[in-house]
Structure formats: C-alpha cells, structure tokens
Write a protein that binds this ligand. Sequence first.
Ligand code: GDP
Ligand code: MG
Length: 162
Amino acid sequence: IPPVLAVIGRPNVGKSTLVNRIIGRREAVVEDTPGVTRDRVSYSAQWLGRPFTIVDTGGWEHDAKGIHASVAEQAEIAADVADAILFVVDSHVGATATDEAVVKMLRRKGKPVFLVANKVDDFNQEAEAAVLWGLGFGQPWPVSALHGRGTADLLDAVMEKL
Ligand code: GDP
Ligand code: MG
C-alpha cells in the first residue's frame, strides 16, 4: 500500500491547486469561492518514481459548525490517516487563529508536517513566507501551487519522510 500524504489548511489557501500540481492533472476542483471539494478525495501520485496517495480536503467548508471548528476537525481526521502532512497557509494572509489551532493539534500527532507557505509567486514574496517561522513549525516551504515554484524542493523533502 502506498504511503499517504494529506493536504490540510483553511479554505482558499490553495490546497486543491497544490494537489493538481503534484498529481500533474487537473482533477482536484479549484474554486475562487470555497466549498467545492468533497470532504476528502484521494489521488494516486508519484515523485521520482515512488508512488504515494495524496488526499485533498475541504468539502466541510460550509459546515454549520463554522470554519474554525471544521478546519480543526477535518485536519485531525486527515492527520490520523496520513503518514505525512502538508499544512498549507496562504502567505499573503499569514497565520490566523485557525492556523494556530491546527498547529496545536498537529503537534500532538507527532507525524511529519511540512508547513507550506503558498502563493509565493515570485521572489519578492519570500519575506511573507519567512514570517510563518512564527508558527513554531520550523522551516516554511515557500511555493506557488499556481505556477509550480518551489514544489519540486518541497516534494524532495517530503519523500525523505514518507
Ligand atoms: P483550497 O480551497 O484551499 O482548495 O484552494 P484552491 O486550490 O481552490 O484555490 C483558491 C484560490 O487561490 C484560487 O483562486 C486559486 O487560483 C488561488 N491560488 C491557489 N494557489 C495559488 C498560488 O500559488 N498563487 C496565487 N496567486 N493564487 C493561488
Ligand atoms: Mg479545495
């Protein structure tokens, strides 16, 4: 059975865009308005010839419980089934209270977590990503899921832990 990489984070940070980038296809639904992805959708992927399963999350985005509780809850479910986690943050927005709650939960899991600073579309935006060191999760990986910037380095690092 291939190892599982889960992609979690708040709505609209670019999770589905990143999943499409990683699988090399456009199967994960990207929407300017959040709420389209079903709860969890798995895709087969590979990197450097090694197969893995990548799980997109996000269909709970209109949950009555509110975004904060839903993000934390769904992140926890995904984290439990995953061998490693991509925790995606929008570097233009920075870390929110919801992100902080996810960080606390992820620490308890003790699984490998990669903090992905998405939407770093060019070099000038790297500073925004660096601020995310403040989440206390180690090195933020600056990527642009939209343009593919930084995703190869990220995947190289992920494969060492998957
Ligand atoms: P999700 O809700 O986390 O799955 O986010 P989506 O993948 O649906 O993306 C939400 C919005 O962010 C869409 O309009 C995307 O085109 C945009 N987006 C995603 N990745 C990037 C990126 O790297 N740079 C920029 N500028 N926009 C992005
Ligand atoms: Mg999505």
